[in-house]
Ligand binder design. Structure first.
Ligand code: OAD
Length: 250
């Protein structure tokens, strides 16, 4: 087993107000390609070319076909040990919040409930005309493009695309929580989209200790107090094994 730093294990044991921030890397071991790693292409298109309002306006069918493929990949995937440790943390710490950039739904399937999905969720469509949200559990989709069940307008995936703004209510909720957080664990994000680094920086400014878990150095390094250079599915269960054994004494 890896030898982890004593101050990191100490923080994991003694903190009570804890945030976890996740990116695509936590789902990599579940078989979901990351955005910028191998397998991130679909029919030669990069995610950045398809996940935009312009791409959807130009060709809604193409964008829905891409989402149909991604939804199929996610439906076949299973939560991995890292998702399960994050779900266990929610039961362990008195105050806990998971902030994820992932739209795959694997955290919820692992049992996480205190979760903010800042980039939305693949399993819902939002009407571009009336704003109605429709849950879309079927893979493959029954019809492309997806039309609103309420007004028959064109629906879009309920996700945040490049060039779009975050829901300010969700960001406020995250910032309020991070203003009194003891510990932030950032898992599997490149920080190419700046929000995870910005959120961790806010928490650090309020005194939080920041742990970064990623097999590859990333932009999160600029804010991390400890960098655990391992795959999430290996590091999280190993770390948690050392922490939760002390939990019985809490
Ligand atoms: P990226 O694909 O940019 O980065 C994934 C990160 O996960 C990289 O830093 C990898 O080194 C790391 N990684 C790979 N395998 C891992 C493993 N087994 N355990 C832990 N980490 C691993 O994905 P994100 O940072 O999530 O936005 O990208 C952020 C956003 O950009 C996404 O939410 C998406 C994307 O375009 C939207 O869709 C709006």
């Amino acid at each position: 087993m890896e030898a982890y730093r004593e101050d990191t294990i100490g923080r994991l044991r003694s903190s009570s107000h804890v945030a976890v921030i996740t990116g695509a890397g936590i789902s990599q071991e579940s078989g979901i390609p990351t955005f910028r790693g191998p397998g991130g292409l679909w029919r030669e298109h990069r995610a950045e070319e398809l996940a935009t309002p312009e791409a959807f306006a130009r060709d809604p069918n193409l964008v829905w076909q891409w989402y149909d493929w991604r939804r199929g990949v996610c439906a076949k995937a299973r939560p991995n040990p890292a998702h399960r440790v994050v779900a266990a943390m929610e039961g362990f710490y008195p105050d806990f919040l998971l902030i994820t950039q992932n739209v795959d739904g694997l955290h919820r399937r692992a049992g996480s409930e205190k979760i903010i999905e800042i980039h939305g969720n693949l399993w819902f469509a939002r009407c571009t005309r009336c704003g109605n949200l429709d849950e879309l559990p079927a893979t493959p989709l029954e019809a492309i493009p997806v039309m609103c069940a309420q007004c028959s307008g064109l629906s879009r995936p309920n996700v945040v695309w490049f060039g779009e703004t975050y829901d300010p209510v969700l960001i406020d909720e995250a910032l309020r929580f991070l203003a009194s957080t003891d510990l932030v664990i950032v898992i599997g994000t490149s920080g190419m989209v700046p929000i995870p680094v910005q959120l961790a920086t806010v928490a650090k400014g309020h005194g939080a200790f920041v742990i970064d878990v990623n097999p590859t150095p990333s932009a999160v390094g600029s804010v991390a107090d400890d960098f655990i250079q391992e795959k999430a599915g290996e590091a999280l269960p190993a770390l948690w094994g050392q922490v939760s054994s002390a939990g019985e004494a809490r």
